[in-house]
Every structure is written in structure tokens, then in C-alpha cells.
Write a protein that binds this ligand. Structure first.
Ligand code: 1HE
Length: 265
């Protein structure tokens, strides 16, 4: 599928564009603070499943004053238990497609990154947070529970105890506090998020496809494995990666002094 076809199939609450080898996906419902309704979640799934093969990285951003206010609460009232399970499954599917998709995802965060918005951000591989960003899980106070994979992803990032505190007490964390906790990967000044995110996404898109696959698909699975299986998987993955023609060309370029050295950035 071409990027024009893939991007035009999105609902109005999302907008996508190409920046070279980077696809930018924008939450585009600022009048509702980018609250995530079913249509938007389905659109996120469509976007990640139909990403053109030549896209090397995705930049996920939010229009308006906030990244996302989370679940669209107006859609919640009518659901029974069975529908609730199906709804959560929809989010799980969409975010899995994002986390384990064709290309790494850099999320640019500002303003509210709350509830399902934080669950969405947690499915990204890198989070660039502007100083205005804040993290919260207001589900606790609303009488509901996370449903977008938050119980699985967030404890792995910040620990069970911190997540419990956020849900039980409504505690919020700033973008700066998020640095130490593992929510914020890069902290930037207001208005600088897009440029920083794009710079990182372009760098990621310059890696080989195989390396990006290894890092985003193999590494998290290896980290979850028992050590014996992990070592075996690592040995396989590293031998597959180094056998790739592009890897050999890059190693040769270094040995020929044509490739950059590793320096402090
Ligand atoms: C919404 C939503 C929403 C705003 N669903 N409509 N999430 C929350 O509990 C967060 C709820 N939202 C807020 O706390 C605030 O809206 C914000 C701090 C994010 C932004 O405040 P502000 O002053 O900029 O905007 P606002 O005036 O509160 O909202 C503007 C409009 O967006 C207003 O609608 P309007 O028709 O009156 O203009 C709001 O009703 C609407 N709006 N947030 C629906 N979330 C898979 S499970 C995940 C579970 C969760 O995510 S629970 C957490 C839900």
C-alpha cells in the first residue's frame, strides 16, 4: 500500500504525513483534548498495519494543548461487561500493532498524558516530553481501571508500586520527574518536542531494518525470557543481524575509516 492510500484511510481524529522515511501520525481531535474514541483506536490500528515498507520510523504527536486526555469518557456509559472486554481487546490489538510493528515509534508528549493517553505513550519506543507534559492515571478516581495495556506496560517502565500510587491517589508526575522514572526518555523545552522527535526518528530510520527489528521485537521478548532461552535467542539474533549484507557494508565502512566514530553527543 502506498503512503497516500494508507494515510487517507484514517478518520478525521487522526492525520498522517510523510517526512522522508518518517511517518508522522497526529492525534487530531484537540477540541476533545485528543480523547481516544473507538474510531481513533481503530484508525491507529489501521495506520500501523498499513504502514508502507519504506517507512523507517514513526513520530506520534498530539494537536492542541495536550497529547491526550485518554479514553473518550462519553463512550463508556453504555457498555456491559462483554462489550467492555471487547473494547479493551480493541485497544490491546491496536497498541500491539504499534509496539510490535514495522517501524520504531517516537512519541512527542506535551500537556496531559493521562489515562489511555499514557497507555498509548507507553507503547511507543521512545518518549520525548516537553516540560509542559504531565502523567496521570485518573482511572482510579473515575471508578474504572486501565484497559489499554497499562497494567502490562507501565509496571515494566515505572514499577508496580508507582503505578499503584498513581491509580490509588491520583498522583501526577511532571515531565522532569518522568526522566528518573523511565517515562520521559528525552526532556525538552516547550515547542521543541517535534524537532527533537523528528531528529531521533530520522536517526532511527537510518538504521538497518534488521537492527530495528532486533531492538523492538527481539529485545523485549529476550528481556522477558528465562536467561537460558534469552542467551539462545540473543545468539541467534546477533548472528542473523551480522550476516546481513548491509551490516557487513557498514562494518567495512568503519574499517575503511569512512564511517563516523562514536563521540560524545
Ligand atoms: C473529554 C475528555 C475525555 C476532555 N473524554 N471528553 N481521562 C480523564 O479522566 C481526563 C479527563 N480530561 C481532563 O481532565 C481535562 O479535559 C484535561 C486536563 C485533559 C484538559 O483540560 P482542559 O481544561 O484543557 O479541557 P476541558 O475543558 O476539560 O475539555 C475540553 C473538551 O474536551 C470538553 O468537551 P466540551 O464538549 O465541553 O467542549 C471535555 O468534556 C472534553 N474532554 N477529556 C471525553 N477523556 C482503555 S481504558 C483508559 C481509561 C482512561 O483513559 S480513564 C482517563 C480518562
Amino acid at each position: 500500500m502506498s503512503s497516500a492510500e494508507a494515510f487517507s484511510a484514517l478518520p478525521v481524529s487522526l492525520a498522517a504525513e510523510r517526512r522522508g522515511r518518517v511517518a508522522v501520525l497526529k492525534l487530531n481531535r484537540p477540541q476533545k483534548r485528543n480523547a481516544l474514541d473507538d474510531t481513533t483506536i481503530l484508525g491507529i490500528e489501521t495506520f500501523f498495519t498499513s504502514l508502507p515498507d519504506d517507512i523507517g520510523a514513526v513520530l506520534l504527536v498530539g494537536e492542541g494543548e495536550h497529547f491526550s486526555a485518554g479514553l473518550d469518557l462519553s463512550e463508556l456509559q453504555e457498555r456491559d461487561v462483554t462489550q467492555g472486554i471487547a473494547h479493551s481487546g480493541l485497544w490491546h490489538r491496536a497498541f500491539e500493532k504499534m509496539q510490535f510493528g514495522k517501524a520504531p515509534v517516537v512519541a512527542v508528549l506535551h500537556g496531559a498524558v493521562v489515562g489511555g493517553g499514557l497507555e498509548l505513550a507507553a507503547a511507543a519506543h521512545i518518549r520525548v516530553a516537553e516540560r509542559s507534559a504531565y502523567y496521570a492515571l485518573p482511572e482510579g478516581s473515575r471508578g474504572i481501571y486501565v484497559g489499554g495495556g497499562g497494567s502490562v506496560r507501565l509496571p515494566r517502565l515505572i514499577g508496580v508500586a508507582r503505578m499503584m500510587d498513581m491509580m490509588l491517589t491520583g498522583r501526577t508526575y511532571s515531565a522532569e520527574e518522568g526522566l528518573a522514572m523511565g517515562l520521559t526518555t528525552y526532556l525538552v523545552e516547550p515547542g521543541q518536542g517535534f524537532a527533537k522527535g523528528l531528529e531521533l526518528a530520522e536517526r532511527i530510520a537510518g538504521n538497518t531494518k534488521l537492527t530495528n527489528f532486533a531492538v523492538t521485537h527481539a529485545l523485549p521478548r529476550i528481556a522477558e525470557s528465562d536467561p537460558a532461552a534469552g542467551y539462545a535467542m540473543e545468539a541467534l539474533m546477533s548472528s542473523i543481524a551480522q550476516a546481513d549484507g548491509e551490516a557487513k557494508a557498514r562494518l567495512q565502512a568503519f574499517l575503511d575509516k569512512r564511517a563516523p566514530k562514536v563521540t560524545r553527543s
